[in-house]
Design a protein around this ligand. Structure first.
Ligand SMILES: Cc1cc2nc3c(=O)[nH]c(=O)nc-3n(C[C@H](O)[C@H](O)[C@H](O)COP(=O)(O)OP(=O)(O)OC[C@H]3O[C@@H](n4cnc5c(N)ncnc54)[C@H](O)[C@@H]3O)c2cc1C
Length: 357
């Protein structure tokens, strides 16, 4: 096979798919390559769009990008919904932050202070003043903080809709791994086991993986995988509620209770490239979730998912144009790939407009 398209995207996680969709939506014929579309780190994600909830002192510089991308989500979902079968809804339910012990509450306060410095406001709330905010939360928790703007999307729907959107716009999803890429003054090329594709420009969005794409070795960027596990439960009694975010015995936890009763509990975080769900991760997540939201004791266990988050040293993502080539590298989205997908998509679109108008 040898085919020519306008743009190549390597990697079909949320960043590659969003980039391909933006390029296709902009009238380009794209070929996106991945032998396991949607099964990288994106497969394990919870889909939170929560700049406030994700802000830690270490990630302070991310806040502005995060808020900007959150603002872009409704428009991004709308353009997807105009072409895809799976509907993407942005659920703006807010987050309720709670701490289990006095030490946990102090730790939480530290996070909220950082968030406030970055313009993300939270409101203190007590159970006696607003019992509705604490429905389902363990009775020993009597106070917390609300961040109203926090939202979530269904990661499954987003990935499915992006795939459908790319195809609906006349572009291709090639379910093959790219083994090598090249470039010349005209453009770029990507080779799989069955052929070579050429295009005017290309975006590499392979999460934490970069070998065997030698083009990336020219970049000084270092990525490391940070393993995370989420657990899926089903509780048919549930109604949609604010995302409950907790600090429990020093461990961060979130519980997303979605319409239809599906629940996502997350997430562990370990420096590891071993993509397995260890029993201890499931045990800890379930233990902590059932402490904070006790009726989850009765929920049906659906499964656990693991992903390797792509992390840079400072946890800030990047969109780098690679030297004199028409390749760009988009990665390092760490805990925020879904939140930051509209911004990554815009970066890809602007890059293509610049190097291959
Ligand atoms: C447990 C967990 C919970 C999370 N929760 C959230 C959340 O609530 N909100 C949020 O915003 N983010 C969340 N994240 C982070 C988010 O999932 C990541 O930032 C995001 O998935 C990164 O997307 P990506 O497309 O860069 O990488 P990936 O999803 O890893 O995709 C990379 C793709 O590239 C493909 N690939 C690699 N090499 C090649 C090659 N040579 N040829 C072709 N294809 C190739 C792989 O097969 C893979 O499909 C979470 C992550 C984890 C692990």
């Amino acid at each position: 096979v040898s085919e020519q398209v306008d743009a190549i995207v390597i990697g079909g996680g949320v960043i590659g798919l969003a980039s391909a969709f933006a390029l296709a939506d902009n009238g380009r014929r794209v070929a996106l390559f991945d032998d396991h579309v949607g099964r990288g780190s994106s497969y394990a994600a919870a889909g939170m769009l929560a700049p406030g909830a994700e802000t830690t002192p270490e990630h302070a510089c991310l806040a502005e990008r995060s808020r900007r991308s959150l603002d872009m989500w409704p428009g991004f979902a709308k353009s997807l919904n105009s072409v895809a079968r799976h509907e993407v809804a942005v659920h703006q339910v807010g987050s309720l932050f709670v701490g289990w012990s006095a030490g946990d509450r102090r730790e939480l306060q530290r996070y909220l202070d950082v968030a406030r410095q970055q313009g993300i406001d939270s409101t203190p709330v007590t159970r006696s003043a607003d019992p509705g905010a604490f429905v389902g939360v363990a009775t020993r928790v009597s106070e917390g903080h609300l961040i109203p703007g926090d939202s979530y999307v269904s990661p499954e729907d987003v990935l499915a809709a992006l795939e459908e959107g790319v195809i609906a716009k006349g572009s291709l999803i090639v379910r093959q791994r790219v083994l090598a890429c090249g470039h010349d003054s005209w453009g770029v090329s990507a080779s799989t086991a069955s052929g070579t594709w050429q295009a005017r420009c290309g975006v590499v969005a392979t999460g934490f993986q970069h070998s065997p794409l030698s083009i990336l070795s020219s970049s000084p960027r270092q990525l490391r995988p940070v393993r995370g596990v989420t657990v899926r439960l089903q509780d048919n009694e549930l109604m949609e509620r604010p995302v409950v975010r907790a600090m429990i015995d020093g461990r961060p936890l979130y519980v997303i209770q979605r319409p239809g009763g599906s629940v996502i509990v997350g997430a562990t975080s370990e420096e590891s490239s071993h993509e397995v769900v260890e029993a201890e991760a499931v045990r800890t997540l379930l233990h902590d979730a059932c402490q904070i939201v006790p009726h989850l004791d009765r929920a049906r266990f659906v499964g656990a998912r693991v992903g390797l988050r792509p992390a840079t040293a400072d946890h800030v993502p990047f969109f780098d144009e690679l030297g004199e080539t028409r390749w760009a590298w988009s990665s390092g989205h760490f805990r925020h790939g879904f939140l930051l997908a509209p911004l990554a998509a815009l970066d890809a679109r602007e890059f293509a407009g610049r190097v291959a108008p």
